[in-house]
Design a protein around this ligand. Structure first.
Ligand SMILES: Nc1ncnc2c1ncn2[C@@H]1O[C@H](COP(=O)(O)OP(=O)(O)OP(=O)(O)O)[C@@H](O)[C@H]1O
Ligand SMILES: [Mg+2]
Length: 222
């Protein structure tokens, strides 16, 4: 596979459930995202956007099909190697944030270094300031609003200096000022730092900032 593509998905199928209940969430997805591209995934709720981001990041193994990340076949790796590739190359910003409840905003960002990820030049404090949370660094997730939690998750993703950012509804819980702030941060990451960005969203404002819109419907790219 060429190294011009940061991500390649080939004929991805994801089937949830067992014999009595089966649901085809992804139904033969083929997709390439070029290195340095800023693309968005759009489509109705339930069409498979989150499932696809989970497959591309290696946290969900597809029922069948292959994924390449920067030329390495992710789906051929064992679980330890998959975790390493994800930690070193990809930041996934979850739709449901996945913050640690018992540590502060700062701690939730800083944890990545403790987990062995290599980190960029910006400190957790600087990143929290970038996303507008300078005053809330010491607060626990339970003391934050949804939009604030969302921005902690974004700061955490940026801390690892990832080549590829996968973001699942990153502006879903924020007001318009913070939406603009987040989109500016993404645009900076993409234009200035050459990072590859794929964002799942329902938001036309996000789509208008991206270079390409990938439409999904019923588990397929349309
Ligand atoms: N673990 C699971 N078991 C069974 N079905 C699942 C599971 N996870 C997701 N699904 C189903 O797969 C489909 C795709 O879900 P997914 O979360 O990828 O949608 P989405 O496009 O991200 O939607 P939204 O825009 O609402 O976030 C949905 O119909 C969902 O109910
Ligand atoms: Mg989703």
């Amino acid at each position: 596979m060429t190294d011009k593509n940061a991500l390649i998905a080939e004929d991805i199928r994801v089937v949830f459930g067992a014999s009595d209940y089966r649901f085809v969430a992804l139904d033969g997805i083929n997709l390439k995202v070029a290195s340095g591209e800023f693309a968005v995934l759009m489509g109705p709720s339930g069409c498979g956007k989150t499932t696809l981001l989970h497959v591309l990041s290696g946290i969900l193994r597809p029922t069948s099909g292959c994924v390449w990340v920067d030329g390495t076949e992710l789906t051929a790796l064992g679980s330890a190697a998959r975790t390493r590739l994800r930690r070193d190359r990809i930041a996934l910003i979850f739709q449901k944030f996945n913050l640690l409840p018992t540590v502060s905003a700062r701690g939730n960002v800083a944890i990545m270094k403790k987990l062995g990820a290599s980190v960029g030049t910006s400190s957790p404090d600087e990143l929290l300031e970038t996303v507008g949370l300078g005053a809330k660094k010491d607060n626990l997730p339970s003391e934050l609003s949804m939009g604030e939690e969302q921005r902690v998750a974004i700061a955490r993703a940026l801390y690892t200096d990832p080549a590829i950012i996968l973001a699942d509804e990153p502006t879903g819980s924020v007001d318009s000022a913070n939406k603009t702030r987040i989109l500016d941060v993404f645009e900076d990451c993409n234009r200035e730092m050459g990072r590859t960005i794929l964002v799942a969203t329902h938001d036309e404002n996000v789509a208008s900032r991206a270079g390409r819109v990938i439409e999904m419907e019923d588990g397929k790219v349309v």
